[in-house]
Design a protein around this ligand. Structure first.
Ligand code: SF4
Length: 309
């Protein structure tokens, strides 16, 4: 444990946001990072509890008190190793995870919880900046071939684990680029797509092959895959919209979030042929649903220049 009295000395401090008038001008991420000293203090707030409930709060079982301690001590490379021991892509979770670990944090019983997610993001960003995250292809190949269908976070993590075990992995993706909802659902202002591309480059250098624009079952038969590969992993996402079962749900002007958001992400990516344009410019917009998807629609509508949201 780093600083025994850290949780008594330091208040929770999370990264701030760029001013609204600035961030609405573009689709870039708008968080303002803390200074290193501030991050160390946040790591010092971890109490290294006898039973760290954050472990079980995190779906990945991240070793949270251990990386908090390493951050407090300024041992960033060690922190990155601890983080990657359980998390293939902390740069995704550090930006997008709803952070159930912080709900489970014991300090949160009577104080503000440790800023676990933000510490996670800063560990991995420091590691990329310092050049510590590099391709590590397996020393030996098993000769077995595996097809992974779907390149969302589950498909990418599966591919990385199987490749590390020495298998030859090919990922099939229906869309034009890998990433699934990371690329075509999450707006760039929450996660810029260069974050995905940076990781994909490493996966490719490690030997994983990506085949995009291939709809398995339509463009290629399942039997063909069964003949060509020793194993197939199904890691496709759910792209079926949840419609409102009410009259008028299909009228003109009623738009599904997944159509709205994915078209906009393609627009931001420079794709020209987008089909029927869906834009909120000069419109009065009503968003039904106040979760993450709803907030993504709100942020996107404002950036389009909606009259009201
Ligand atoms: S923010 Fe990170 S540590 Fe917390 S639950 Fe999500 S993945 Fe786990």
């Amino acid at each position: 444990m780093g600083k025994i009295t850290g949780f008594l000395e330091f208040d929770r401090k999370i990264e701030q946001y760029a001013p609204v008038k600035d961030r609405l001008k573009n689709y870039k991420e708008f968080t303002l990072p803390l200074k290193e000293k501030e991050l160390k203090n946040q790591g010092a707030r971890c109490m290294d509890c006898g039973i760290p409930f954050c472990h079980s709060g995190c779906p990945l079982g991240n070793l949270i008190p251990d990386f908090n301690d390493a951050v407090y001590l300024g041992k960033w490379e060690k922190a990155a190793d601890i983080l990657h021991a359980t998390n293939n892509f902390p740069e995704f979770t550090g930006r997008l995870c709803p952070a159930p670990c912080e709900e489970a944090c014991v300090l949160g019983i009577n104080e503000n919880p440790v800023t676990i997610e933000n510490i996670e993001k800063n560990i991995v960003e420091t590691a990329f900046e310092k050049g510590w995250i590099v391709a590590t292809p397996p020393a030996n190949r098993t000769g077995k071939k595996v097809a992974v269908i779907g390149s969302g976070p589950a498909g990418l993590a599966t591919a990385q684990q199987l490749n590390r075990a020495g298998h030859l992995v090919t990922v099939f993706e229906r869309d034009e680029k890998p990433g699934g909802l990371l690329r075509y659902g999450i707006p760039d202002f929450k996660m810029e797509k260069s974050v995905i591309d940076r990781r994909l480059k490493i996966l490719e250098e490690e030997g994983i092959v990506f085949k995009c624009g291939i709809h398995v079952g339509v463009d290629i038969k399942a039997d063909t895959l069964k003949n060509d590969f020793d194993a197939i992993v199904l890691s496709g996402g759910a792209t079926i919209r949840r419609n409102l079962p009410i009259e008028g749900a299909n009228l003109d002007g009623v738009v599904q979030a997944m159509d709205f958001l994915s078209q906009n992400n393609r627009r931001v990516d420079g794709v020209k042929d987008l089909g029927k344009e869906i834009k909120a410019t000069d419109k009065d917009v009503i968003v039904i649903g106040g979760g993450d998807t709803g907030s993504d629609c709100i942020g996107t509508s404002f950036r389009h220049g909606a009259k009201s949201v």
